[in-house]
Design a protein around this ligand. Structure first.
Ligand code: AMP
Ligand code: MG
Length: 293
């Protein structure tokens, strides 16, 4: 299978003409359940490659990678993070989940809490939800905007456009500093969400994952889809692209995400640090000293 071609299909780096309805949540790029072995192998390869590349990322200590996950409930953010990152060294990764902002967080601009968890050089930072909630849940529920501590005169009809602009600028700032930004929208169908909610209700070990609030949010499905479409249109750029990943089949979601991350890291042309002549000499001396012991 041509991975390049598959990734191209889901990558959105010019948002202008983006339409969510051109993307099928059940798409598997022609792979069906009979090709699952091939898919499994590709996922395994992706996980292995990620592990290899992360090692160089950390050694070189020059680039960083910020990975953002956004999706409707039960689209598989947690499972994707768990599976895709299963091979990487935990010391080089930080996963941060963003919930309803606390009092302290609301006392700052909305990029404050996320900036604190942006990855350092040599590291991978994963956001399970992000500042994009500020143009998603906050847009769908105007009362949330009212609860934010913003001076009244600053909340105008332009607020969403302003936020898109600030988000783009923030992402450009990060990339200009050597922190690459890659964003995933796990695109789930309404039908599959219902099936997964039912499964959570019917399976005792999955009950904990269910929250009544999720069913309430499901009631705002269309408004969320619109908010996602608009946000992706306004923030899909060459320097911080979105990937609209079909999410009705978990095995496929994981495959696409792992391969997209591999591609992103490969594009950095990472290299282990080159040891200088003087350093080589010092290594030789250290070696001789150990041999003499
Ligand atoms: P979960 O990821 O299921 O634990 O849920 C976290 C909840 O926090 C979701 O319902 C999000 O919509 C909500 N949330 C995250 N960020 C924000 C934000 N900036 N403003 C309001 N709600 C948020
Ligand atoms: Mg939830």
């Amino acid at each position: 299978m041509k991975i390049e071609k598959m990734l191209k299909r889901y990558r959105v780096d010019h948002g202008k003409h983006f339409r969510l309805k051109d993307h099928d949540p059940a798409d598997t790029h022609g792979l069906d359940s009979e090709d699952k072995d091939e898919a499994k192998e590709l996922l395994a390869n992706g996980v292995e490659e990620l592990s290899r590349l992360q090692d160089i990322l950390a050694a070189q200590d020059l680039w960083g990678l910020l990975v953002i996950f956004q999706a409707m409930d039960a689209a598989g953010k947690d499972g994707t993070i768990k599976h895709v990152m299963s091979g990487v060294n935990p010391q080089g990764v930080e996963v941060t989940s963003f919930k309803v902002p606390t009092e302290e967080e609301r006392n700052h601009g909305y990029l404050w809490r996320t900036s604190q968890h942006a990855p350092a050089r040599g590291r991978i930072g994963i956001f399970n939800r992000s500042y994009y909630e500020e143009v998603l849940v906050v847009r769908v529920h105007p009362e949330v905007l009212t609860s934010e501590k913003l001076p009244k005169g600053l909340v105008t009809k332009d607020i969403w456009e302003e936020r898109y602009e600030d988000i783009c600028n923030f992402e450009r700032y990060l990339t200009r500093n050597g922190i690459a930004v890659v964003k995933f929208f796990l695109h789930l169908s309404k039908k599959e969400q219902k099936r997964r909610f039912m499964e959570r209700l019917e399976t005792p070990d999955k009950n904990w994952k269910f929250s009544a609030a999720d069913v309430k949010e499901r009631g705002f499905w269309d408004a969320y889809q619109e908010a996602y479409e608009e946000a992706i249109r306004a923030t899909a750029t060459e320097y911080a692209p979105w990937h609209v990943v079909p999410a009705d089949h978990k095995w496929f979601t994981r495959l696409v995400v792992s391969q997209a991350l591999v591609k992103e890291l490969k594009a950095m042309k990472l290299e282990y640090p080159i040891v200088s002549g003087a350093e080589k000499k010092a290594l030789g001396e250290a070696r001789r000293k150990l041999e003499r012991e």
